[in-house]
Ligand binder design. Structure first.
Ligand code: ADP
Ligand code: MG
Length: 335
């Protein structure tokens, strides 16, 4: 059994922050370590506001905190949720639809069978999976005002694959309201940046190499963007020599076997980046690239395959720096 702290992206802050005042705050929330770095006037005040916002969102989205509306919803099948949780549910259901179910926010009863939420890992029987899986029907979820009903016995919702992306979007909003123009938010390896560095240059964000902790597949130069990675190497256990990781294929109820090691999404909207990093990991390389080419959403993708292939979509080719051989994928490849 092994638990690797999800530090999928190591952030290189080649900061020109010294020209203005900088403050960095770190804390634990949403089951991961978070760091918020702000450059500007009174950065400490802005970081404290952002931290308070994270704590509130964590309480609203948690499936395990007894005070959370999501916990009550999963327990009772119906509950009033915080407005942020209602908004996140609607975004999650939209991602479920656009990814043809590869992203599924209602899989918690199946994830629990594998012991991922409480780290009490086990391989469930096929019968257990089948009986939990048949209740997973996000179409049956209804929302009226802020009251959510699951309408299917045993179905439980889980924002684990989208909450950090949504939270990073909200934090960037909070920092903007504080008058901040330059910041970097790292939520356990899910990164969002506001503006560029105070010296006017871009932020440099590194994408971790799943094969070698502490080394990178690439670094990316970004501003006003999120960079979010999903990978099977991040949380997993081994049983009888087989690896079982925490990203499930909603069609089977088993860990996704997609021949990918990691999927990184780069885009303006952190919520989509987070949901899509999980969904494209489930889809596998060919389906993921076709989805990127045909879907019409503005984002880019970095795929790292089981056999060490690195594929980047065309928007990344201008901002990437990598020692690996990589193939640039173009939309015209899919016409
Ligand atoms: P992480 O948040 O650990 O960096 P992800 O964003 O990929 O990685 O989220 C994985 C988490 O999402 C799992 O731990 C589980 O709670 C949940 N999950 C697993 N498979 C799916 C899926 N296919 N769709 C939506 N959520 C999922
Ligand atoms: Mg995700």
């Amino acid at each position: 059994m092994k638990r690797i702290i999800p530090l999928l992206l190591l952030v290189i802050i080649l900061c020109g922050c010294s020209v203005t005042s900088t403050y960095s705050g770190s804390f634990f929330a949403m089951d991961t370590y978070m760091t918020i770095t702000v450059c500007g006037n009174n950065p400490e005040k802005a970081v404290k506001k952002a931290e308070a916002r994270v704590k509130k969102l964590d309480e609203a989205f948690s499936a395990h905190n007894k005070k959370s509306g999501v916990y009550k919803l999963n327990k009772n099948g119906s509950a009033e949720l915080e407005p942020d949780a209602v908004e996140l549910l609607s975004l999650a259901l939209n991602n479920y639809r656009i990814t043809d179910g590869a992203f599924n926010p209602a899989m918690l009863s199946v994830t629990e069978l594998w012991g991922f939420p409480d780290k009490n890992y086990k391989v469930p029987s096929e019968n257990e999976i089948k009986s939990a899986h048949k209740n997973v029907k996000p179409e049956k979820i209804t929302v009226k005002n802020n009251t959510v009903k699951l309408n299917n016995k045993g179905m439980k919702i889980d924002f684990g694959a989208i909450a950090k992306g949504y939270t990073s979007d909200k934090l960037i909003d909070t920092l903007k309201k504080e008058g901040i123009k330059s910041a970097l938010v790292n939520l356990g390896g899910n990164v969002a940046v506001l503006g560029g560095k105070p010296d006017g240059s871009d932020w440099a964000v590194a994408v971790e190499n799943p094969d070698k902790k502490g080394s990178y597949l690439a670094t990316l130069k970004i501003r006003d963007k999120s960079v979010i990675t999903s990978g099977g190497y991040e949380r997993y256990f081994k049983k009888n020599g087989k690896v079982y990781h925490h990203i499930l294929n909603p069609k089977t109820g088993h860990p996704a076997e997609s021949s990918l090691k990691s999927v990184t999404i780069v885009g303006k909207n952190g919520t989509y980046c987070d949901a899509l990093s999980t969904a494209l990991f489930v889809m596998g390389k060919e389906k993921a690239l076709r989805f990127w080419a045909e879907n019409g959403l503005d984002f880019d993708v970095i795929l790292y395959t089981e056999n060490g292939g690195l594929f980047v979509t065309e928007g990344v080719s201008d901002i990437i720096n990598s020692d690996f051989d990589y193939k640039v994928v173009k939309r015209s490849d899919y016409e």
